[in-house]
Design a binder for this molecule. Structure first.
Ligand SMILES: NC(=O)c1ccc[n+]([C@@H]2O[C@H](COP(=O)([O-])OP(=O)(O)OC[C@H]3O[C@@H](n4cnc5c(N)ncnc54)[C@H](O)[C@@H]3O)[C@@H](O)[C@H]2O)c1
Length: 249
């Protein structure tokens, strides 16, 4: 990790496993203070014990406004202020055609993947706009750039994340807040279970990428950290593929 994030104060949602965990580790290694939000606080605790910088782990459900508002208050109290956020928490859904999606499953995925990002941005933008600026990165997906067959509801939430990212970027630029999205391709994390259980193998997923392999979580974390850092000072409103060329062909 070669981005200078020394002294930055960054929220990472969904930090217990996968891409969020790798990003939390990269931010800590780059000198940032972190507030790790996850429904699985226990898995975040060892990460915050492994840093000399101020850091905290919180039990947070990003789909609940009360939970997010309380976490924001505790994070600002503990770190002094917040100038970065990686809104990464997300869930998958069964691999089925759109007409077979259960209403309850649709509501659940919208509440975490779409409403969760909105609620987090809502509290973060209020704070950053009033405190001199910052950078927000939302974790979308290649499924936010193209329609992913048999993942219609998931694809819908990720297109929504990109739409909200662009609108927020336009609104927040005058207050020195940058807002971007990353769009990972298939990445080796627990969320892939939804595809693997439906018979979509790692080889099939690798074949989708021009680079013919899956990403490791650390490769996605590197892109998130770059967008959070001042190295990306003129980048806002972008939906950046980090997909080994999946959407390039
Ligand atoms: N792995 C991939 O191939 C891939 C590709 C594109 C995008 N993504 C996106 O990356 C993000 C991270 O996923 P991952 O692949 O690391 O999977 P993951 O399942 O390893 O991580 C998801 C994390 O989010 C947390 N979480 C789930 N619901 C939550 C809630 N309501 N409140 C707070 N935390 C919650 C989980 O506890 C977990 O720690 C997701 O938004 C996912 O859609 C993943």
């Amino acid at each position: 990790m070669d981005h200078d994030l020394q002294g930055r104060k960054v929220i990472v949602t969904g930090a217990a496993t996968g891409i969020g965990k790798a990003t939390a580790e990269a931010l800590i290694a780059a000198g940032a203070s972190v507030a790790l939000w996850d429904t699985n606080k226990a898995a975040c605790v060892p990460l915050v014990e492994n840093t000399d910088a101020k850091a905290l782990a919180l039990e947070v459900d990003v789909a609940s406004s009360a939970s997010v508002e309380s976490a924001m208050k505790q994070s600002v109290e503990a770190l002094g202020s917040i100038d970065g956020a990686f809104n990464n928490a997300g869930i998958g859904i069964d691999t089925v055609p759109i007409e077979a999606v259960e209403e309850a499953d649709f509501d659940t995925i919208v509440s975490v993947n779409m409403k969760g990002v909105w609620l987090c941005m809502k509290s973060q933008l209020k704070h950053m706009k009033a405190n001199g600026g910052g950078a927000i990165v939302n974790n979308a997906s290649v499924a936010g750039l193209v329609g992913l067959a048999m993942q219609g509801a998931y694809s819908g939430t990720k297109h929504a994340v990109i739409g909200m990212t662009k609108a927020a970027a336009a609104e927040a630029a005058p207050k020195q807040v940058r807002v971007n999205a990353i769009c990972p391709g298939a990445t080796r994390t627990p969320i892939l279970t939804h595809l693997l259980e439906a018979g979509i193998s790692e080889d099939m997923l690798a074949e989708m990428a021009a680079q013919k392999r899956l990403a490791e979580p650390e490769e996605i974390a590197a892109a998130a950290c770059w967008l959070l850092s001042d190295a990306a000072s003129y980048v806002t409103g972008a939906a950046m593929p980090v997909d080994g060329g999946w959407t390039a062909h």
